[in-house]
Design a protein around this ligand. Structure first.
Ligand code: PRP
Ligand code: URA
Length: 209
């Protein structure tokens, strides 16, 4: 049974407050997206399988744990997901990184795919898909459908802010995917933006508006 986890850590909530503020400039916005992604990654990796190893310390042999198997791949959804990559790689530097390029058509709100490059050994890895915003859910659903064709061990999805509509759509389309959410907001507006949200995540990360 897949899990849905809404973050309640005080550090995440504090950083989210600054992130949402319309006065927060791109440089600080980028840093916060990365920090929140790192904190969320700590939760999203809590169930990684471990195996026992023996380690020679300066004093003795210690029976200790190491993460088992081929480990992780992160897949940011371009553009805004890119802002989360530094933060998660700070915790898991050996992870592979794939990329999926999708943008929402402004009229239809349907995702349009323009790029996909995934690690060659993705079927041996657990994948964590990254996107700060889960609005209608269309982009996340498409990205995960695409990744599933490559048969990874497991897929998780991490977003900083979700709308109830997007969360419902994603969990219906992909009931096997664990979903980690920084904050669950009130609704979508008539333009498909999350309210209260933080505006356009890609534009705020890259300063394009
Ligand atoms: C944003 C966001 C998600 C998508 C969420 O990307 O980063 O990918 O919208 O909306 P949805 O849940 O309704 O699909 P956008 O399409 O603005 O592209 P960008 O990151 O290139 O700016
Ligand atoms: N994409 C964003 O960047 N922000 C929203 O509120 C919805 C989709």
């Amino acid at each position: 049974m897949a899990k849905i986890m809404i973050m309640d850590h005080p550090l995440i909530q504090h950083k989210l407050t600054i992130l949402r503020n319309v006065e927060t400039a791109s440089a600080q916005f980028r840093a916060l997206v990365s920090e929140i992604a790192m904190l969320m990654c700590y939760e999203a990796t809590r169930d990684l399988p471990l195996e026992e190893v023996e380690t020679q310390t300066p004093l003795a042999i210690a029976k200790t744990k190491t993460i088992a198997g081929k480990k992780l791949a992160f897949v940011p959804i371009l553009r805004a997901g890119l802002g989360m990559v530094d933060g998660v790689l700070a915790l898991v530097p050996s992870a592979r990184v794939g990329h999926i390029g999708l943008y929402r058509d402004h009229e239809t709100l349907m995702p349009v795919e323009y790029y996909c490059k995934l690690p060659a050994d993705i079927e041996e890895r657990e994948v964590i898909v990254l996107d700060p915003m889960l609005a209608t859910g269309g982009s996340a659903i498409d990205a995960i459908t695409q990744i599933k064709t490559r048969k990874p061990q497991k897929i998780k999805f991490m977003c900083i802010i979700a709308a109830p509509e997007g969360l419902e759509a994603l969990k219906t389309a992909h009931p096997d995917v664990d979903i980690f959410v920084g904050a669950l907001d009130e609704c979508l507006n008539e333009h498909g933006y999350i309210v209260p949200g933080l505006g356009d995540a890609g534009d705020r990360i890259f300063g394009t508006k």
